[in-house]
Design a protein around this ligand. Structure first.
Ligand code: IMP
Length: 441
């Protein structure tokens, strides 16, 4: 059975740790969207790994890591990541598969990303400047260059020349040399080509042979190009639909959907965030939660847990359960708030508004909960949590409409509460027995 693990908020929910934790139960981990705008942080044996493109499963020997057609791939970023992993003793040989249909991010995409943000001025998105949006634009406009195109240097030359010429028309203060772009791409080609495959076929063959897949999402549901807070979103489908379109698999192969959510809320970049905290409490969450972007280092905006947004995420993705992360960041607060509804233009809203102008006008309706003083950091049993923490989780589950099957109490793999009764009840395709030991890493 296969499982999808995706972000239920605005990204940075801690998916890297959850995917890493669950990987031993699967044979393959497959990324279906996004690019190196993602930064999945995983701590293993005291070493910090930040994975941008390669699925977090790479940290477990023997797991095959797939980058699907829905992902946009910067060849330079991919190779740097491979080199960094190798330097840290991770064997990546024969473990990376890249879809022949994955679109490439080339240097002109980064320039176009910067240009587009500059032109927007006050209305900028606050992108990661990685060229993500422009690469997806080229894909939709049917002029993109795909990993499979690396097989044909002549066609590649033609396409690179055309695209760089188009870039030079738009970015007037500098001129890019298409030959330099092509030469660099041709030099990367030698290393990348052996990884390029028909991913849909490969996954189908693997499933026929009884292999199981963990589908790994990047960013979060509220940053989804269709269902997120448009236009303040990323350019891909971070929500569940992206699994099928981004890997070439049918919906029935998804055996369960686990949404990862922080015990509070964060967002990086522009756009509405109804529960945002501006004063001391916002700073407190940012500092205790180390809420600075893994990719750009930007401070994240922080706020209370927003159950309205999570209920929306439950609806969009058909979530079976949550993996609740960073509960320990709330240790020591004397009170907590959970947003259970919005007040908007004199009305109470319990559904997340579809219209962003309306969302921006919403004020959160909070339920106050008592905090706890005893630390939860590193706890591994639900019953060991302070009573107030258990009550907070219970209310949060009730308000969100799904149970929390996993609770993370720290950054290390073992700082985790696995609620086996809930995992079984939700029929999540996770075998509980091997979880603790897993495969050695
Ligand atoms: P882009 O994906 O670089 O185009 O950025 C679009 C929006 O998505 C910006 O608000 C980014 O801050 C946000 N974003 C992109 N990737 C991530 C991520 O991995 N975590 C959180 N926010 C992200």
């Amino acid at each position: 059975m296969n499982l999808a693990v995706l972000g239920a908020q605005w990204g940075d929910e801690g998916k890297g740790k959850i995917v890493d934790l669950l990987t031993p139960h699967f044979d393959i981990v497959a990324r279906y969207q996004g690019g190196h705008n993602a930064g999945h942080t995983v701590y293993v044996g005291g070493t910090k790994f930040i994975l941008r493109l390669i699925p977090s499963g790479i940290l477990h020997p023997g797991i095959i890591c797939v980058i699907g057609n829905g992902v946009v791939v910067d060849p330079q970023a991919l190779l740097s990541e491979v080199d960094e992993l190798t330097r840290n003793g991770i064997d990546v040989d024969n473990r990376i598969v890249l879809s022949d249909k994955a679109h490439l991010i080339l240097p002109y995409h980064r320039d176009l990303d910067l240009l587009s943000e500059a032109r927007r001025g006050e209305r900028k998105i606050g992108t990661t400047s990685r060229g993500i949006g422009p690469a997806y634009e080229d894909k939709i406009a049917r002029r993109g260059i795909r990993a499979g195109d690396l097989a044909d240097p002549q066609a590649l030359e033609h396409d690179v020349r055309d695209n760089v010429t188009a870039r030079n028309r738009l970015v007037q203060d500098t001129t890019m040399d298409w030959r330099a772009v092509l030469d660099q791409l041709l030099s990367h080609r030698i290393r990348i080509r052996p990884w390029v495959r028909d991913v849909s076929l490969m996954l189908s063959d693997a499933m026929r042979d009884g292999k199981s897949i963990l589908f790994e999402g990047a960013q979060g549901t509220l940053l989804d190009i269709d269902h997120g807070t448009y236009p303040f979103v990323t350019s891909s489908n971070a929500s569940i639909g992206g699994v099928c379109t981004g890997l070439g698999v049918g919906p029935r192969v998804i055996g369960g959907v686990l949404g990862v959510a922080k015990a509070y809320t964060t967002r990086v970049g522009e756009g509405p965030l109804p529960t945002e905290l501006f004063g001391e409490m916002g700073n407190r969450l940012r500092e205790s939660g180390h809420e600075y972007g893994a990719v750009t280092g930007r401070p994240r905006r922080c706020g209370w847990y927003d159950a309205v947004a999570i209920r929306y995420s439950v609806r969009i993705n058909g979530l079976d359960a949550l993996a609740l992360t960073k509960l320990d960041v709330l240790d020591g607060l004397d009170r907590l708030e959970i947003c259970t509804a919005y007040r908007c233009e004199g009305q109470m809203l319990t559904d997340f508004p579809s219209d962003i102008t309306r969302l921006a006008a919403c004020e959160p309706v909070y339920e106050r909960m008592p905090g706890w003083t005893a630390p939860t950091r590193g706890l591994r049993r639900f019953d060991d949590l302070p009573e107030a923490a258990r009550r907070y989780v219970a209310r949060l589950e009730e308000a969100s409409g799904v149970p929390a099957a996993i609770i993370s109490t720290g950054s290390a793999r073992d700082d985790t509460i696995l609620r086996e009764d809930i995992i079984a009840k939700c029929k999540l395709p996770i075998l509980t027995a091997p979880l603790r030991t897993g495969r050695p890493s």
